[in-house]
Design a protein around this ligand. Structure first.
Ligand code: HCA
Ligand code: CU
Length: 386
């Protein structure tokens, strides 16, 4: 039985906007062919992701073709593309057959000064024009203020309110340079919840390792949509990783993520990492090679009796397997007994104790492997004559 925390803040139903094919295309070295994009989209669709966001069709002819290809595939996700706040970009997006358009513009002084050079009034004016056009085309619409956390608070709230009144479906909060922390995120989104009636999306970068925590707090504060990418890929060191956010939500309330086919997470990450030519980082939550690796004797003893003693996540829910590591000096007799049983050896306790001591002694001398442990266990009952 899980201990209940009566002070948990409820999280309402939310949607993932998978941006692997947009923010993820901005990751160093990403080169997705149209077939790669289709393959990744297919698996994310089976997983149950609600939205896929693709790079703007303005970027290149392949970008536009990819959108058209995904628009035509049988799918349950809604297809979005990400465009600057201008009418030409919005028109091209509509022509490509998307279901919705994510519009963005910078609101920080940096962006206003060094990027598009527009005043706040101009930002609102162009935003209204683009949103009204997209709505007239039956598009689902989102308007986000790039670099929200370095923008003047009153300014962004004014922009959000104006876009809400213009009929946008969602407003987006973007931590573009990864400076937000969970409390700030919670406060900003809570305040925004009081200012707009529409849905709220959160997009957070991971420069200071808070992207998952911030996304989680955004949900607690009332955000309805979270931008994620597979393995968190994106500009610089990326954004909220879908798998890590799933782990966060699962440990909070497993029922929040049961709408997804969790057994596909590992395959999705392996697929994307293979396209990128990189491995899945060893310490990735759930799917990293050490995620369910138990080592110290105290841990393995308890895990062998009841895995939840040292596991908040059940590997079986994700099609993953638990590893009881016996090849080291921290090993305990219970883990050795378990290994012996796996080998079909039913050894008496005194022999197990002896085998455990031998493993520890050997591990003190050198780095050992499972094969060494297995040899000790086999030899102890069938001493080799010499
Ligand atoms: C970008 C910026 C963006 C936009 C996020 C959003 C960011 O790379 O174009 O549209 O909400 O981090 O601000 O990804
Ligand atoms: Cu971004």
């Amino acid at each position: 039985m899980q201990p209940q925390n009566r002070r948990q803040i409820p999280i309402q139903d939310f949607h993932f906007i998978d941006s692997t094919l947009r923010e993820g295309e901005q990751f160093r070295g990403t080169h997705f062919t149209i077939e790669d994009k289709r393959e990744i989209a297919q698996l994310l669709d089976e997983f149950g992701v609600e939205y896929l966001e693709l790079s703007t069709p303005v970027a290149s002819p392949q970008s536009a073709d990819a959108i058209r290809t995904l628009a035509d595939m049988p799918r349950n996700f809604r297809l979005l593309t990400h465009v600057r706040a201008n009418l030409d970009d919005a028109k091209l997006a509509v022509d490509c057959g998307v279901d919705g358009v994510d519009v963005y513009i910078g609101t920080s002084t940096y962006m206003r000064q060094y990027s598009h050079g527009r005043s706040l009034e101009q930002v609102i004016e162009i935003g209204q024009e683009v949103i009204e056009y997209l709505n007239s085309q039956g598009m689902e619409t989102r308007f986000s203020t790039e670099d929200t956390f370095r923008s003047n608070f009153a300014d962004v709230m004014t922009v959000y309110r104006a876009m809400d009144l213009a009929g946008v479906n969602r407003v987006g909060v973007a931590d573009t340079v990864g400076i937000a922390d969970p409390l700030r995120t919670y406060n900003l989104i809570s305040n925004l919840r009081d200012v707009v009636d529409c849905d709220i999306e959160f997009h957070g970068h991971n420069d200071s390792s808070c992207a998952v925590a911030n996304a989680f707090c955004a949900l607690q504060a009332g955000a309805t949509h979270i931008d994620t990418t597979v393995l968190g890929i994106g500009e610089r060191n990326g954004i909220t990783a879908m798998g890590a956010l799933i782990a966060r939500l699962y440990t909070y309330d497993k029922s929040l993520v049961e709408k997804y086919d969790l057994t596909l997470l590992n395959e999705i990450e392996r697929l994307v990492s293979s396209k990128l030519g990189i491995g899945v980082p060893f310490n990735t939550p759930i799917t990293g090679e050490v995620a369910f690796h138990h080592k110290a004797g105290v841990h393995t003893k308890a895990v062998l009796q009841n895995p939840t003693t040292y596991e908040a996540i059940n590997p079986e829910d994700f099609g993953m397997t638990r590893i009881i590591d016996v090849a080291h000096r921290l090993v305990g007799r219970n883990a050795i007994r378990d290994r012996a049983a796996t080998l079909g050896l039913n050894l008496p306790e005194d022999v197990l104790r002896q085998a455990t001591s031998q493993v520890k002694a050997m591990a003190d001398e050198q780095r050992i492997t499972m094969t060494d442990v297995d040899k000790i266990l086999n030899d102890i009952i069938q001493p080799v004559d010499d």
